[in-house]
Design a protein around this ligand. Structure first.
Ligand code: DP6
Length: 354
């Protein structure tokens, strides 16, 4: 059987950073996170499954992934995780071709849309997955087994998505691995139609020093940052709820301020890691400060940064032009600025990649 799925990436406004040490292998997070589904940045993945001894062949953006390449580690881990819960996968030869549709200007490689598309196409291609095919919750759990942030790219409705941590790290001992896994999934809180006044602007900021992958970075933070658990408790108990309320009540200023606060929280946790992790560079900081200056009289935009120097800016459609001009002043190249909207979740297509 062959199936192709197009899945969007997502941008977190309340960040995921750190796995529950008891369930690290299956990417159960220490706290819940919140993201917008991003309309224009997608991955298309075709999966073909044939009965036979387990085997995987994987091509990413036209490049065959061989066992010694770093991408292979992620893919093998994903499939081994799935086999623990769905052993029938051992009876399949799997061929996967995956392509990111990110305009090069955006400069965003993302495991989120990649593993979401992979998980969705896999459940379509393997007959034994029939029962969970239309179950967003179960498929989001499956995508989580590949990469945490991919969980949030699975819900079909897209929009504003909440990924529940499912397990309070203080009471992890209550659950076995299967139970913990089933508790941590994503779902849509607000549909994209209701979020069309928002504009999401991706920027491409040049990379400086070699970056630490988020998987290794968050592990180091959990292990060495002395205030990490305070941050987790604060965000889980306060910032998450306040941000959801702000969105539901259309409190723009509160929303934008919380987005910046959450991003700064993540990056201060990185700085307090030993050895410290710095993802932001001078251009990132210039963007931060110019957004803060722009907000002087009225808060009209917010920045957020993931594990890299590229800023993602949130604003409202009526200010989009002003904000883009401000970014152009700093980046001096229109190709480095891409604006998009909140979008829907993954969809199937008959346009197979092979
Ligand atoms: C900073 O999902 O890439 O983007 O689960 O180890 O694959 P793994 O990590 P990943 O981490 C994303 C971290 C982040 C914040 C976020 O998207 O919430």
């Amino acid at each position: 059987m062959k199936a192709t799925v197009i899945a969007p990436t997502n941008i977190a406004i309340i960040k995921y950073w750190g796995k529950n040490p008891t369930f690290e292998n299956i990417h159960v997070p220490n706290k819940s996170s919140l993201s917008f589904t991003v309309q224009k940045l997608t991955t298309t993945t075709t999966v073909e499954a044939e009965r036979g001894e387990f085997e995987i062949e994987f091509t990413l953006n036209g490049k065959k992934i061989t066992a010694e390449m770093k991408e292979a580690k992620y893919v093998f881990k994903f499939l081994n995780n799935i086999k623990k819960f769905y052993p029938f996968l051992n009876n399949y030869k799997i061929k996967v071709v995956s392509e990111n549709n990110f305009p090069t200007a955006a400069g965003y490689a993302s495991s989120a849309s990649g593993f979401a598309a992979f998980a969705r196409a896999l459940v379509e291609a393997v007959p034994e997955f029939e029962d969970i095919r239309n179950d967003d919750k179960k498929v989001s759990i499956l995508a989580r087994l590949g990469s945490g942030s991919a969980t949030r790219s699975v819900p079909s409705k897209g929009g504003l998505v909440l990924w529940k941590r499912g397990v309070d790290p203080e009471t992890s001992y209550l659950y076995d691995e299967k139970e913990a896994s089933e508790r941590s999934y994503a779902y849509t809180l607000i549909e994209p139609e209701k979020l069309q006044d928002l504009s999401i602007i991706y920027t491409k900021v040049n990379e400086g020093a070699k970056k630490i992958k988020s998987r290794a970075g968050m592990k180091s933070t959990v292990q060495t940052n002395p205030v990490y658990w305070n941050w987790i408790r604060y965000e889980e108990a306060h910032l998450l709820k306040e941000t959801i309320d702000a969105l539901q009540n259309n409190e723009r200023e509160k929303l934008l301020n919380n987005i910046m606060k959450a991003s700064n929280g993540l990056h201060s946790m990185c700085l307090y890691t030993q050895p410290s992790i710095t993802y932001l560079n001078d251009t990132s900081k210039l963007i931060m400060h110019s957004i803060e200056e722009y907000n002087n009289d009225e808060v009209k935009a917010a920045y957020t940064f993931d594990a890299g120097p590229n800023a993602v800016i949130f604003t409202y459609k009526e200010y989009e032009k002003e904000v883009k001009d401000l970014l152009l002043n700093i980046l001096e190249d229109e190709q480095k600025i891409l604006s998009t909207s909140v979008g829907e979740g993954p969809r199937k297509t008959d346009n197979h990649l092979f």
